[in-house]
Write a protein that binds this ligand. Structure first.
Ligand code: PLP
Length: 398
């Protein structure tokens, strides 16, 4: 409903959270299906095609295990299938999501070591090498790394981290969370020597929340054979005995019609172009935030341009101003949904998601709502953020 001034939650919600993301109409139509037996040959064909497509997006030829769960489920599945009670893991601190994955590992009785990092600068590969060199007995069985730290808007340099592990001559498995990077940032599982990649349906794949997965290397499969943490629903060995080689239990069939369509769309656009589009949209958002930063205004949370995420931009509020008020204003006055600050960043950061099914005009709408909300909330800021983004997009479109 609009208020007396004509402002409010009318029209279509402009969704700019960093996941879940917008679901294209074509994907919604594809999912809209009557019930089908998941062993029906007609479904098996769709399942196999969708899975083959997912492997192309992940850039792997290895196995992929799927679960009816959000990303947390895939995190847990990955830990319990690869590790044993008392094992040590090395968490590369990046933000809220690396902390939470580490907390989950601790709850499973694993010994969690951390490579600390300043959330605004991200992971330092040299510190990873140093931590692994210090582990002379190779007690650490796995390195846990979040590729795109959705809570901060920083992306890790995965090839550099792979090199850092190799430089230490360490045998730990390299486990990577690609939940908010897959199909929006460059991600190459096989080429980058990743042993397990954790992903979910509701971000770059443009699907509803509903399934998540772990793609695994040969080394990870060998480690799985020795791993003794208890598991049942998430057990890869049970999955390997099934026709689908995934899911213990009923399969969410509709999502696979959707996945087939989302892969078709990604490949019709071309994966390289999908990445270039994410880069363009992210640069537009960053141009706006840089302009707002004048006059002691909100600024980019990411302090190292080499670590900018192209799927989400974290915006750090000036002292004494509440990010939640800006978000609430954008939602209630303009029907624009932004992401909030997580954990210790609550109230200090808001996040502009720019991943999935988006274009420059949609991002302009979001940035306009943010700039209007900053004015309404009396947050000091440099003028011209929207203009800066507009110029960026217009130049790119010439
Ligand atoms: N890892 C990252 C990087 C995420 O962004 C998220 C969710 O946003 C998760 C893990 C947790 O996934 P889920 O919320 O689907 O359980």
């Amino acid at each position: 409903m609009a208020d007396a001034r004509g402002l409010g939650r009318t029209g279509r919600l402009l969704y700019a959270g960093p996941g879940p993301t917008n679901i294209p109409d074509g994907v919604l139509r594809a999912i809209d299906r009557a019930t089908i037996d998941f062993n029906d040959p007609a479904f098996l064909e769709v399942f196999d095609a969708a899975l083959a497509g997912l492997k192309r997006v992940l850039r792997t030829r290895g196995e992929v295990f799927l679960y009816t769960a959000s990303g947390h489920g895939a995190w847990e599945a990955t830990l319990v299938n690869l590790l044993s009670p008392g094992d040590h893991v090395l968490v590369l601190e990046s933000g809220w999501f690396s902390e939470t994955w580490g907390a989950m590992a601790a709850r499973h009785g694993l010994h969690v070591r951390t490579v600390p990092a300043d959330w605004r600068h991200g992971i330092d590969p040299h510190a990873v090498t140093a931590a692994l060199r210090a582990d002379t007995g190779h007690a650490v069985k796995a390195v846990l790394c979040v590729h795109n730290e959705t809570s901060t808007g920083l992306a890790a340099d995965l090839p550099a981290i792979r090199q850092a592990i190799d430089a230490a001559g360490h045998s730990a498995l390299f486990l990577v969370d690609t939940i908010s990077s897959l199909a929006s940032l460059d991600f190459r599982m096989q080429e980058w020597g990743i042993d397990a990649a954790v992903g979910g349906s509701q971000k770059g794949l443009m699907l509803p929340t509903g399934f998540s997965f772990t793609a695994v290397s040969e080394r990870a499969l060998h480690a799985h054979a020795q791993a003794r943490l208890p598991r049942f629903y998430f057990d890869w060995s049970m999955m390997q005995g099934r026709r689908h080689r995934s899911f213990v239990g009923t399969i969410p069939t509709g999502l696979f019609y959707g996945l087939q369509e989302s892969i078709r769309r990604l490949e019709a656009e071309g994966l390289e172009r999908v990445l270039a589009r994410h880069r363009l949209l992210a640069e537009g958002a960053r141009a706006a935030v840089r302009a707002w930063a004048a006059n002691d205004g909100p600024r980019l949370f990411c302090a190292d341009p080499a670590r900018f995420s192209d799927s989400v931009t974290g915006v750090l509020m000036p002292e004494g101003h509440d990010a939640e008020r800006v978000r609430e204003t954008a939602l209630q006055r303009f029907n624009v949904a932004l992401g909030g600050g997580l954990g210790r960043l609550g109230g200090r950061v808001f996040r502009i998601g720019h991943l999935g099914d988006l274009n420059a005009a949609m991002v302009m709408g979001v940035l306009s709502a943010v700039e209007m909300s900053l004015r309404i909330c009396g947050v000091p800021h440099g003028r011209g953020g929207v203009e800066a983004a507009l110029s960026h997009f217009a130049e790119a479109a010439r």
